[in-house]
Design a protein around this ligand. Structure first.
Ligand code: GLA
Length: 395
């Protein structure tokens, strides 16, 4: 039985009706880290791990949520969502309902069955997957047309304001717009993007270090604040700059005296990383892999030394990967301080790569890593539409 059918059956057992089924993906970022909230460039791909949402409308104004992962039921009223979450998993779906309604989309009460297979806490954006799948489902059931970029922005707002994490737009955007077999080069200022076909021999292999250092959540916001402070300091010499996107390397070097060393290095990472995203995008555009390895290695070194978001486990994983056959490039991916590395590996070598990296990492660190061989997949989509809850026609 396919996953959508399974979800329908589970929904029927839980809520006693048919349902429409939606899914949205987690993501892996190939290059362009922490550049999104600096209005820069990123190059992520949606991956096969998803969050699934079964939904059926209710006659009242309640949202009744059931999480298969947490085996928990939760009820909330669409008219009393508040403006802040409570630190519970329901903050994600309820935050999205809040953001949609706050933006003027009137929602309809609904039963929701939520099930995810994005590994939690691995940095593969299970949060964007639940936000986007829920948002898509709620809009559809209420009969609103879907504007994917608008949905991504509202899911980001839910996470920024309701959940309280000051993330950029990358994860929600790729979860909405992902395309099978492609990575997206996204300009996080204009939100223009282009889909770039991954070179046919390249497989995405994600290595989970199995660690998540506690400083992670706090340090993310610290990095963001550091970038904002650097912009304030640099604007003394460069009036009119709005973000680090407006500063090039020459200007940064010329104005180094305005910045403490740590801020200077943060800026150097962001500015050089934008350049590397453009270079990798160009390679993919031409179907090439030459130079990929150096660009990904430079990205990792920049995150380790300038942005200071790596950790020993990530460095060891990248170093081991770099020694394997058939590797086009390896670097840490996502927010940092643990989580995963992304490895571009020749398809013919992927299975051997997985075995050897797992063994070497385990003997170096003492933890058995999860290693996922992934394909770039489609973004959010409707998988099954129940006849009895077709979206209403808007009046
Ligand atoms: C997290 C955030 C993204 C992005 C990355 C780092 O995944 O959710 O917005 O900032 O970290 O590139």
């Amino acid at each position: 039985m396919n996953r959508a059918r399974e979800l329908l059956a589970s929904f029927q057992v839980r809520f006693g009706t048919g349902a429409s089924i939606f899914r949205a993906s987690g993501r892996v970022n190939l290059i362009g880290e922490h550049t999104d909230y600096n209005e820069g460039l990123v190059l992520p791909a949606a991956i096969g791990f998803s969050c699934w949402v079964g939904i059926a409308p209710r006659p009242d104004r309640k949202l009744v949520l059931y999480s298969e992962n947490f085996k928990e039921m939760h009820e909330a009223s669409l008219d009393g969502l508040g403006v802040r979450g409570s630190g519970h998993w329901t903050d994600y779906p309820l935050g999205v309902a809040w953001a949609l309604q706050d933006a003027g989309y009137r929602l309809q009460g609904a039963d929701l069955y939520i099930a995810g297979d994005v590994p939690l806490g691995a940095g593969l954006s299970s949060s964007a997957a639940i936000e986007v799948s829920t948002g898509y489902a709620l809009l559809s059931v209420a009969g609103h047309p879907i504007d994917r970029t608008e949905l991504a922005k509202l899911c980001q707002r839910a996470e920024n304001e309701f959940v309280g994490a000051r993330v950029g737009i990358m994860d929600q955007f790729i979860s909405c717009h992902g395309r099978a077999g492609h990575a997206l080069e996204i300009d996080c200022r204009s939100l223009e993007y282009r889909a770039l076909k991954l070179p046919s021999k390249v497989t995405l292999v994600i290595c989970n270090t199995m660690v998540k250092h506690k400083i992670q959540a706090g340090e993310y916001n610290v990095r963001r604040a550091e970038c904002e402070e650097a912009v304030r300091k640099l604007s003394a010499a460069l009036p009119g700059i709005r973000s680090l996107r407006d500063v090039n390397m020459e200007q940064l070097v010329q104005n180094r005296h305005l910045l403490p060393d740590a801020l200077y290095r943060r800026c150097r990472h962001i500015i050089s990383e934008n350049g590397r995203v453009a270079d990798v995008a160009e390679l993919f555009h031409r179907g090439k892999t030459e130079g990929l390895r150096e660009l990904m290695a430079a990205s990792h070194a920049s995150m380790r030394d300038d942005y200071e978001i790596s950790c020993r486990e990530l460095d060891v994983m990248v170093e081991i990967a770099g020694r394997q056959r058939g590797v086009y490039g390896a670097r840490m991916t996502g927010g940092g301080f643990g989580g995963c590395t992304i490895n571009l590996v020749d398809a013919a070598h992927a299975a051997g790569f997985r075995q050897r990296v797992a063994a070497e990492y385990e003997s170096a660190i003492g933890l058995r890593p999860d290693i996922y061989i992934c394909e770039a997949s489609q973004g959010a989509e409707l998988m099954e539409r129940a006849a009895e809850n077709l979206p209403k026609v808007r009046t």
